[in-house]
Design a protein around this ligand. Structure first.
Ligand SMILES: [Zn+2]
Length: 480
């Protein structure tokens, strides 16, 4: 990988791979990756000792942070650190989570998932990107600032969840704790977007995508019932056949695409860097005062560009779990399919459920809503299309272009869910951005196998958080 020349600025220089300071920072990340803090919906299956070890190790690794910041424990292993600033107004919250998803099929990993081995300048392991990388990078940045006696302009809270991957309660408890203390964050920053390479076909530069809203996660269970009985005398149209038909109908009939304002903004920012046939189309959409006519066109183009682009435009449905008969020679008395839905901004849970009902078109199938979350409110962002600026969003943008000089920052609609959605209750500005360069392959490795982060990319992320905290404007300069 090509190493970029870094600027020597007033803010100081970042960590560099291969130097003693860079190696020391990487060693801490490796040590934490090796602790298998795997979360599970079943509390009995959680290795609490691993979580204890993680919290203890963090304390040993970052002594200044633990000395100077107050710590409130939330839930079993959630950590809420408070760092007193020079002023009390406009506090900010930096979030991350210390739990990880299971490794899945270990044989598919090129390197051991909890080995944290380094090969060709890349650290391999579960949690490198999601989300221990962020958590340790934040701690590293805070530790470095404390080492030079830095005091932030405003209060900085660090909220580290312990059960994000299973939609646990650590984040809501942290929100309750902050509410009790009367904290109304100026902005909240959680995992989410990245410095994304190959963000869109034909776009040559990395896009620093900052999530300004996230889709709502909703799950349904479809159930078909019948007589069951012996597999030697099957009847037509039994529960399994009806469930299969419902699934194929759902697969064939996606919800119509939409083009939220944040997506239009994303494309307007990508357009100058775009090659290929889409460029003139996108330019027209962005420039047109009345773009209503062209929007369906661009929506169709996005859907055609592949699943990642398509998910930017619409509510998605994924059939995830399936069950039928427990035995090979028994006809299922009931068959079930779980459907995971990501509800697009502009749609509602009710719209999505109505869509499922309409397209499966079978009254014999019961639809139960298992979990239900509406899309998050859209946080304010700077818009080139509408020529307006938001001070907090602009700070994130500036810090991105400062650290990643080739990247183009932009708002976007985040597709996955994060703990930050609970923070919309106490802050109008909730942003989702992870300051690491991620290739398409790296993004696809999240929640899959071969999750990995570049050594220098990690160190650049530390520098990003350091500059963000050092660049906080203080409440006098914060325009609400
Ligand atoms: Zn995560």
């Amino acid at each position: 990988m090509a190493r970029r020349k870094r600027k020597q600025g007033a803010a100081g220089t970042g960590l560099v791979a291969g130097t003693p300071a860079g190696d020391a920072a990487i060693a801490k990340l490796q040590e934490l990756i090796r602790i298998p803090t795997v979360s599970d919906r079943d509390p009995a299956k959680i290795d609490l000792a691993a979580f204890d070890e993680f919290v203890d190790t963090l304390m040993e690794q970052f002594p200044l942070l633990h000395e100077h910041l107050s710590l409130t424990r939330v839930d079993t292993h959630g950590l809420l650190f408070g760092w007193r600033g020079r002023g009390e107004d406009a506090p900010v919250v930096l979030m991350a989570h210390l739990d990880v998803v299971p490794i899945g099929d270990e044989s598919r990993w090129t390197h051991p998932p909890f080995g944290a081995e380094i090969h060709d300048g890349v650290v391999h392991g579960r949690g490198t990107l999601d989300d221990k990388g962020s958590l340790v990078a934040i701690c590293e940045a805070v530790e470095a600032l404390l080492a030079v006696g830095f005091v932030p302009a405003q209060d900085v809270w660090l909220s580290f969840g312990c059960n994000e991957e299973v939609s646990g309660t650590a984040a809501t408890l942290a929100v309750e704790e902050l509410t009790r203390r009367g904290v109304r964050p100026w902005f909240v920053l959680d995992e989410g977007g990245a410095i994304a390479g190959e963000a869109f076909p034909g776009v040559a530069v990395p896009i620093g995508v900052i999530g300004v809203t996230e889709k709502g996660v909703t799950s349904l269970e479809l159930t078909a019932e019948g007589r069951g009985g012996h597999a030697s005398t099957p009847a037509r149209n039994g529960p399994t056949a009806r469930i299969a038909r419902a699934i194929t109908r759902l697969d064939a009939h996606p919800m119509p695409g939409r083009l939220p304002e944040a997506t239009v903004e994303l494309f307007s920012r990508m357009a100058p860097h775009m090659a290929g046939p889409l460029r003139p189309v996108i330019r027209k959409v962005v420039d047109a005062a009345d773009s209503r006519r062209l929007r369906p066109l661009i929506t169709r183009a996005l859907v055609a560009a592949g699943p990642e682009a398509a998910a930017l435009t619409r509510t998605t449905f994924a059939v995830t779990t399936l069950s039928g008969s427990p035995a090979l020679n028994v006809i299922a008395a009931s068959a079930r399919a779980g459907v995971n839905i990501r509800v697009m901004v502009g749609d509602t849970v009710a719209d999505a459920v109505a869509h499922v009902r309409r397209v499966i078109d079978d009254d014999s199938i019961r639809i139960d809503v298992v979990e239900s979350n509406e899309p998050s409110p859209v946080s304010p962002y700077s818009s080139q299309v509408h020529q307006r600026e938001d001070p907090a969003f602009a700070l994130l943008e500036r810090t991105i272009t400062d650290c990643f000089t080739d990247a183009v920052p932009s708002p976007y609609v985040m597709m996955a869910a994060t703990d930050s959605r609970f923070f919309t209750a106490i802050s109008d500005r909730v942003y989702r951005f992870t300051p690491f360069r991620m290739s398409k392959a790296q993004r696809e490795a999240i929640h899959s196998y071969d999750e990995q982060i570049g050594v220098q990319d990690y160190l650049d992320g530390v520098e990003w958080y350091r500059r963000l905290i050092a660049g906080l404007p203080g409440h006098g300069e914060v325009t609400r």
